[in-house]
Design a protein around this ligand. Structure first.
Ligand code: ATP
Ligand code: MG
Length: 366
């Protein structure tokens, strides 16, 4: 799977860009503020309908323009799939696949599975639990077909239950149907998360050993409540607390992957470079497992490859991207550190230069 065309209009400083990233390895260089990250954001828009930098749409649209559009052509085996996204200042949005409006962002996300390694990657370690929960759920969503429907059901019952709890008093059995639905959905979500998490560990462990050799690294799945309790019992035992605070305090919505080193949060122990390497290992593991289970590949976006990584570790990341044998978009200010780790790997490479929002394809000479 690869993007073979990317046409962007009015995304930040990219007024009008139309490139053909037909190689597996697409290297993008240019000065600070030239538009490299914006180009990667455009790929993210095709996958998720939004940027990886923020959920806000207005800052993405070129000042003075009413809307942004991104058009992509995705090659899947022998089929070419046109994808289109437009988002406007007044809140309108369109997501199209093969000219047809897609029903949900979840459907859009299923076409172009992405892994992003960028400055935000640190939030996977130092951010709130939500970031690590979403990281795991990305995988579960892509490998378990019923996950999204069950997750939506759990969200709905949680919301209804919380509405009643917020009132501070319960009339009759009104809580029961929502608690019941929540329990059933939660148990299924937990089972799917546990299964994906266990598989993730098996591919992550050999990878992380190469990326960050630290003693005592441990990844654990926190299911959102104490492990040895059934969720049904837990809800009963915590009802008074939930009533007092006006919401359901424990459950699938509190789950996360806990990443510890000898009992301490990894973010408090590791250096910046080590943190980035740990995140790289996690994202490579996710892509590897995704392929193992679905037979499909993720496209990788690596924004500012040299940031925080020394030469040896840049080579290590490239070595694994090369093993994954998938399409990658990698940016950096200077071209040489981008090209260098790929020399001798004998890959199909395209180089693009970004200057004041304009992009030109450059000749690549090994
Ligand atoms: N809504 C907008 N309209 C117009 N220009 C914008 C908008 N938002 C951001 N910009 C500008 O777009 C440019 C591109 O930013 P971008 O983050 O893509 O640069 P970059 O090449 O990744 O730089 P760096 O090497 O510093 O990471 C910046 O100069 C920024 O000021
Ligand atoms: Mg940038």
């Amino acid at each position: 799977m690869a993007l073979t065309r990317l046409a962007v209009t009015n995304l930040r400083n990219l007024a009008q860009v139309d490139i053909q990233p037909t190689a597996a390895v697409n290297l993008i260089y240019g000065e600070n503020g030239s538009g490299k990250t914006s180009l990667l954001e455009s790929v993210n828009l095709l996958s998720m309908g939004r940027s990886f930098r923020s959920h806000k749409i207005k800052p993405l649209i070129t000042q003075s323009a009413p809307e942004l559009t991104v058009f992509g052509r995705l090659k899947l085996n022998d089929v070419e799939l046109p994808l289109g996204v437009s988002r406007s200042r007044n809140g309108d949005s369109q997501f199209r696949v093969q000219g047809r409006a897609v029903e949900s962002l979840a459907e859009l996300a299923s076409y172009l599975p992405l892994q992003v390694i960028n400055a935000d990657a640190f939030s996977l370690l130092e951010g709130p639990p939500k970031v690590r929960r979403q990281f795991l759920d990305w995988l579960v969503f892509h490998v378990e077909h019923e996950f999204y429907a069950v997750w939506k059901q759990a969200q709905r019952s949680l919301k209804q239950r919380n509405t009643i709890l917020r009132r501070g008093r319960i009339e009759g059995c009104e809580l029961t149907p929502w608690s019941r639905e929540l329990i059933a959905a939660t148990e299924r979500i937990q089972a799917m998360r546990q299964s994906s998490f266990d598989k993730l560990l098996t591919v992550f462990e050999p990878l992380v050993a190469e990326f960050v050799a630290v003693e005592g690294l441990n990844l654990g799945l926190y299911q959102g409540w104490e492990r040895d309790k059934s969720y049904a019992d837990l809800l009963e035992q915590t009802l008074d607390r939930d009533l007092k605070q006006g919401f359901t305090g424990s459950g699938f919505h509190r789950a996360e992957i806990r990443i510890k080193i000898a009992g301490q949060n990894a973010a408090d122990v590791l250096s910046r470079g080590q943190q980035k390497l740990l995140v790289c290992a996690l994202k490579l593991a996710q892509g590897q497992l995704f392929e193992k289970i679905t037979g499909r590949k993720c496209v990788y976006l690596v924004d500012d490859l040299p940031a925080e990584l020394d030469e040896r570790h840049r080579h290590l990341l490239v070595k694994w991207l090369n093993i994954l044998n998938t399409q990658v978009f990698i940016t950096g200010v200077d071209v040489d550190p981008l090209i260098q780790p790929w020399r001798h790997l004998n890959r199909d490479i395209k180089v693009f230069h970004v200057e004041h929002g304009a992009i030109t394809s450059k000749d690549y000479s090994g």
